[in-house]
Write a protein that binds this ligand. Structure first.
Ligand code: ATP
Ligand code: MG
Length: 577
């Protein structure tokens, strides 16, 4: 492809709106163009990257026995009403009406539509398992679209759905998909981790997220330096600390101390001259939107993980009520709460993180304005109903699975997720099949998504330098570029075109930069766009009988005879891909 035909428009300056490398470099390299907030044009260079990722995904999906279909982007409200999500899904769902006042939405995900497709075709257990996928634009009216393709409103997703007669069959497909996802991200040249994730309010189900490791990631992933254990931060388990320690015989008695205006852990710690890990924080949560209250205690230096609390209670939601609400509903002494003589009244129970069990000689709120207790020992003094794992894990903690391993925390970008859905949609949308005994049975489902634009953006976050993108070869827009430094020199032109044509004939996608531009501009653009290999053809080199071939990743330059250039590039690409 010649530069002029390829529609490549690079920017000299960094665009001011881009904070992340992936966003900045995609705009600068002319891969995408913003049309509206979170909505982008995919320009030819960007689209080539998208198509390459898609091609890898298609191969791996077909290998899993998944068949491709394409469902509409515009989805009638009836299906969403049937599943119950029409009212449940928040404002991210873009709802609208057509000229006849029929209600529709733009699909943010397609469980409803796929169930509608499958329930009309699948009648018997003999038709299962079945796995279907599509690659299509999704729309989610995100509150804060940002970072270019990383968090768009309209974005391209691969979404796959599987149908099964039982859990065992789902498990098998889930494992196969998990493996396929690992192959996909490996083939895209990414450093990634599959991690256990929280399944949200569905509860009890299994799900894994695939994260590309990058410092700019918005999520935190936790993994063991020894074994396979890996989870996202919401989910990561803490190793259970010791059970409640017996109180030593010489332990001082608990006593009340005046702590005027000391409401926070820091204020109490400063006032009493102790560190936060000697104090116990007591927090009150409203469960299931006000159904009941619980108090949760945790060591003062630790952070309570509300998702763990929600899961522990088996609740749909937990939230911190406002102080006004608490004052209105209870007579609790906000700011001085503690797990001793805390009037249970409106509280259903008092739970505590394991970190509390291992404490001794602690400071707790006295449930009296301006007072705390000191010398509190859990076994003797605290009134805790249950201990559980409720804390966010910290780096360096012992691995919950193996002995000797410790946990590392890294930033990650979620590029894909696999999910055992169970019968959530098949029950609400009445998808049954006849089982072996001739009885109707609800079908069990799995779903599997990959953000394609986000994968491209994450690849840049992981692979760039000060000059531009350093594409992993498999997903580079072109694998090679040929720069003709002297387009007015007939010989240079001829040789450059010949190398380009021969590379194309060998099946290598290559871009010929034959613009009437200064060499510096061409070098800069080649580095910015990030072609894995570039071949430089200039009058001076030709006079010396050479062309220069440079690898973007290593910066290594080889001088080879023009007649050997094509073979050299083919071999170089083989060795780096
Ligand atoms: P997030 O937590 O980042 O909002 P999600 O967990 O809601 O994402 P899923 O429903 O799991 O997203 O969608 C599958 C994949 O689609 C994600 O793993 C991600 O790669 C991609 N994706 C989701 N939302 C967006 C978005 N707004 N822009 C680009 N890609 C997205
Ligand atoms: Mg997800």
């Amino acid at each position: 492809m010649r530069w002029k035909n390829a529609f490549v428009y690079t920017l000299r300056e960094d665009p001011s709106e881009a904070e992340l490398a992936g966003h900045r470099l995609m705009l600068r390299a002319g891969m995408i163009k913003r049309l509206a907030s979170g909505i982008y044009d995919y320009l030819p260079l960007g689209l080539r990257v998208i198509r390459k990722i898609e091609a890898i995904i298609r191969e791996e999906m077909e290998r899993c026995g998944a068949a491709e279909l394409l469902m509409p982007f515009v989805v009638p409200a009836e299906l969403w009403k049937e599943s119950g999500r029409w009212n449940y899904y928040g404002p991210e769902l873009l709802r609208f009406k057509d000229r006849k006042s029929n209600e529709f939405c733009l699909g943010p995900t397609h469980e409803e539509v796929i169930v509608d497709v499958a329930r009309n075709a699948v009648r018997s257990y003999r038709d299962l398992p079945l796995c279907l996928y599509q690659i299509q634009s999704k729309f989610r009216d995100e509150v804060r679209p940002r970072y270019g393709l990383m968090r768009g409103r309209e974005f391209i997703m691969k979404d796959a759905y599987s149908f099964h007669i039982d859990e065992e069959s789902l498990d098998e497909t889930y494992r196969r998909m998990h493996r396929a996802y690992s192959s996909i991200f490996r083939r895209c040249g990414l450093d990634f981790r599959p991690v256990e994730a929280d399944s949200g309010t569905i509860g009890g189900e299994v799900t894994h997220e695939f994260h590309v490791l990058a410092d700019s990631g918005e999520d935190i992933v936790v993994f063991c330096d020894r074994c396979e254990y890996a989870a996202n931060r919401e989910r990561a388990e803490c190793r259970r600390e010791q059970s409640v320690a017996p109180t030593p015989e010489n332990a001082p008695s608990m006593e009340e101390v005046e702590t005027p205006d000391c409401k926070t852990i820091d204020e109490v710690g400063n006032f009493l001259g102790i560190s936060a890990d000697r104090t116990i924080k007591t927090l009150v949560f409203s469960v299931n939107e006000g159904e009941y209250l619980v108090a949760a205690c945790i060591r003062g230096d630790k952070e309570l993980n509300e998702i763990k609390l929600r899961n522990h209670l088996g609740a749909d939601s937990v939230e911190v009520p406002t102080d006004e609400r608490l004052r209105a509903d209870t007579d609790m002494t906000i700011g001085y709460l503690g797990p001793r003589e805390l009037k249970k009244g409106p509280l259903r129970e008092i739970v505590a993180d394991y970190s509390v069990a291992g404490m001794s000689d602690a400071v707790i709120g006295a449930n009296r304005e301006n007072y705390h207790f000191r010398h509190a020992y859990p076994a003797r003094d605290l009134q805790i109903d249950r201990y559980a794992d409720l804390a966010f894990v910290e780096a360096g903690r012992a691995c919950p699975r193996c002995s000797g391993g410790s946990l590392l925390l890294r930033k990650g970008i979620e590029v894909g997720q696999v999910f055992k859905l169970g019968r959530k949609y098949t029950e609400s949308m009445k998808m049954t099949v006849l089982d072996e005994k001739g009885e109707q049975r609800y079908v069990t489902m799995g779903c599997y998504g990959i953000g394609i634009g986000r994968t491209a953006a994450a690849a840049i976050e992981q692979h760039h330098d000060k000059d531009g993108i350093v594409w992993p070869t498999a997903i580079a827009p072109y694998k090679a570029s040929v720069l003709c430094l002297d387009p007015r020199d007939a010989e240079a032109n001829r040789i450059a075109a010949q190398i380009h044509d021969e590379l194309e004939a060998r099946g290598i996608d290559v871009l010929l930069d034959d613009r009437e531009e200064r060499p510096g501009v061409k070098f800069k653009d080649a580095d910015l766009i990030g072609f894995p290999i570039r071949v430089v053809v200039g009058g001076r080199g030709l006079a010396a009988g050479i062309v220069e071939i440079k690898a973007r990743t290593t910066g290594r330059v080889d001088k080879v005879a023009p007649s050997e250039a094509v073979e050299f590039v083919v071999n170089a690409l083989d060795s780096i891909s």
